[in-house]
Design a protein around this ligand. Sequence first.
Ligand SMILES: Cc1ncc(COP(=O)(O)O)c(C=O)c1O
Length: 456
Amino acid sequence: MNTQQLQESDRRHLWHPFTHMKQWLEDQPLVISSAQGMYLIDSDGNRYLDGISSLWCNVHGHRVRRIDQAIRDQLDRVAHTTMLGLASEPSIVLGERLMRIVPGNLKKVFYSDAGATATEIAFKLAVQYWHNIGRPEKNEFIGLAEAYHGDTTGAMSVGRTTAFHKPYFPLLFKAHFAPTPFVYRPPAGVKEGASANQVRDFCLAELERVLQQHGRRIAAITIEPVVQGAAGMIVQPDGYLREVRRLADEYEVLLICDEVATGFGRTGRMFAVEHEDVLPDLMCVAKGITGGYLPLAATFATQPIFDAFLGQPWDGKTFYHGHTYTGNPLACAAALANLDLFEEQNLVQQVRQKGDELDILLQNLLPLKHVGDIRRKGLMVGVELVEDKTSRRPFDPHRRVGAEVCRRIRSHGIILRPLADTIVLMPPLALEMEDLRRIVDAMQIEIHRLDTSSQS
Ligand SMILES: Cc1ncc(COP(=O)(O)O)c(C=O)c1O
């Protein structure tokens, strides 16, 4: 099929995720046909830098020989076998390898295939853990306001975003919400001009208030550690996560860390919890685990949580949860090759260095009239555009300024995707500084153009 036929067929048959389909149908979609390294190549042969790492998951670029070969080798053995009642070699080897890199208190891995399944599993494990140890009343959750944990019902219950999930609110289970420690846009109750530490302390006090009121019914606090991604790349003030851990212990609730976006080097540590030396009770990963190649996710648990599920088959302690493709061997093989490359290239250290250099480049955006805030941790970046910098007044959402800037950046041969009016830069971790500079330059040109167009 040529480009036009592909576009027509797409419009006729497909329904795209997280996409305003009315606008999509009026547009000419970019059809990706292949990729090479950091570039996506469209059906007409045009090349685009993958500035969002194919939705925050690609690590080493595309068509990486080592990962391709690992998948081919596994294909020569077997593509898929079930983990229900059978063990499989790649899932065992990967499990052992993962245990060497996750926080030391996590001793068991439960595989699935998406970020949302990893979090859903953590919620179920938390509730059943308390049930199994004779505390069935502990079946509610605390999440952070505007957190995002995926689009399944449990994930939406704990990570409730009005803009995404409002129609489903009647379906969702009980959760309590603590304010997000967002320094640029602090929650109601924080006095104007508050410092990062003041915002942190206010949010922790509010969290503690929720725990005092509901703690005895709470199974777990769930948090995106260090950076709250989909809410707009909100970087938590130092010390916040550590205090959340302390409060979880004090009020006898589990701590679930959702590292789906932050895990696998993204923030400059293998896992974001390492920034604060925090040991979660349950930890969820997906996205970068296979280098962005194949769907694989994992939920890690401590030994005491695992032990609470041991018993006779008739005791009702078993975790009755599974997915057909749980621990898929091809995905496990990709994950193993991905981890080899992480190690050989000292990639996490590289992310820290590139992050520091990127900070210098991003400084060039700060003077622009409509750049309100720049948030970064490792290679996780959000540039928030505002109509008025002094008052921090956002643009009218109907103008869809973030989408417009990203559309124009595409003409520079770069793919970016915003979160409302926050321009997100989440490149493959192995992207070179030269390419990062190209992306920031394009951002600067197109955001500046917004300055001039808003004057006219
Ligand atoms: C923190 C977090 N949790 C969960 C998810 C859901 O992952 P998936 O899209 O693989 O279901 C995402 C996706 O962006 C995420 O950022």
